[in-house]
Write a protein that binds this ligand. Structure first.
Ligand code: SAH
Length: 359
């Protein structure tokens, strides 16, 4: 609460912990009031400009204390105590409630793009930020295998979501991150891929800024490019594909979007697209995409269980149902799928490839 009242000659009693009440005390002193502080922790009270008073245990004591006070300011009195103070103040005294000030210096939040899952694809900056963290809020698709080793002292909180089932709602994750930072902790938020690619990183940054918490973002290797690459598919290739479009398949595309996409001519990369694959392929075909346009689905990219299914726009729905293709998967549509290269490490890392009939 900002105070532009002149309280000169008035008396104010602030009730709260010394640290959490310090901003309230400062505001009322600044407004000219004679401030006394009934601190929960008088030994720690080092609050300028006010008189420290003992905190009564009973209603009668509060009555004596409040007698002659113009304004009572409650900062972190508990519910019982509040009732007692209100009773003591009767009807004559103003009572206001103020939010406690952070008791420690405010911490920071760092959003870390963790890459597509293989911890080798975490950046050095990301790893440094993990090592500095007191608490790490981790997403399901973020690299987790060596997290303990990268952040030996940190509390690790799994806020992972499974598809269709949000383990912890997004707003709650934001609230937790902000609350930890306001307690003075160094917070890391480890996310899959890049925080700003379908990762709700923008919302998390906005939540921190709204709460006055310093926030930084460390970019990550996005699955939109890295997962096709892990399957040996370049998203661009000179003279074959001079653009790539990254699309969220979470909600079905409308006809105008499908028409544009079918007419673009480059590579189409779809994230979160498994459940809407039939709608996508039927729509692309309806708006003129060749039935035999290659389409690859890469499940669990960069993991040892990575599986790539190569098919066509017309056959993708039937084949993916038969193979029980499941999220997380990246779908790639375009001529670049024909360039798929199995990798010279294929003997070391065994990754399944189910190729188009006849190839
Ligand atoms: N911010 C993330 C994307 C979050 S949306 C990024 O930049 O990569 C989640 C979707 O990403 C999944 O549904 C899937 O389509 C894709 N994805 C992420 N990791 C993946 C992986 N290892 N293998 C396949 N798809 C992955």
């Amino acid at each position: 609460m900002d105070l532009d009242l002149d309280l000169t000659g008035r008396t104010a009693l602030v009730v709260g912990g010394a640290a959490s009440a310090r901003l309230a005390v400062a505001r009322f002193v600044h407004a000219g009031a004679a401030v006394s502080l009934a601190a929960t922790d008088p030994a720690d009270a080092d609050v300028a400009g006010c008189q420290l008073v003992a905190r009564p245990k009973h209603l009668a004591g509060w009555r004596d204390l409040v007698d002659g006070i113009d304004l009572v300011v409650l900062v972190d009195a508990d519910a019982d105590e509040q009732r007692m103070i209100r009773a003591a103040a009767g009807r004559r005294t103003w009572i206001v409630t103020e939010t406690p000030a952070p008791v420690a210096p405010i911490g920071t939040v760092t959003l870390i793009g963790g890459g597509p899952g293989d911890d080798g694809l975490l950046t050095l900056a990301g790893r440094d930020a993990l090592a500095a963290a007191d608490v790490i809020y981790v997403d399901r698709l973020a690299p987790q295998q060596r997290l303990r080793e990268f952040a030996p002292g940190a509390e690790i909180v799994d806020v992972g979501k499974t598809p269709g089932h949000h383990a912890i709602p997004q707003r709650e994750i934001e609230r937790l991150m902000v609350a930890s930072a306001l307690e003075g902790r160094t917070v890391a938020r480890l996310k899959g891929g890049d925080p700003y690619v379908f990762g709700r990183g923008g919302e998390e940054v906005a939540a921190c800024r709204a709460a006055g918490v310093p926030v930084t973002v460390i970019p990550g290797v996005t699955s939109a490019i890295a997962v096709p690459a892990a399957a040996g598919i370049p998203v661009t290739y000179r003279e074959l594909s001079r653009m790539f479009t990254v699309v969220s398949g979470h909600a079905p595309l409308d006809d105008a979007q499908l028409a544009h996409l079918a007419g673009l001519g480059g590579t189409i990369v779809v994230l979160m697209g498994v459940s809407n694959l039939p709608h996508l392929t039927a729509g692309l075909a309806r708006f003129g995409m060749a039935a035999d346009m290659p389409l690859a689905i890469i499940e669990r990219g960069t993991q040892l269980s990575q599986r790539t299914t190569v098919t066509t726009v017309s056959e993708a729905t039937e084949l993916s149902a038969r193979l029980r293709v499941a999220s997380p998967a990246v779908i790639v549509v375009g001529e670049v799928v024909r360039l798929m290269h199995h990798g010279d490490d294929a003997d070391r890392i065994s990754r399944d490839v189910i190729a188009l009939a006849g190839e």
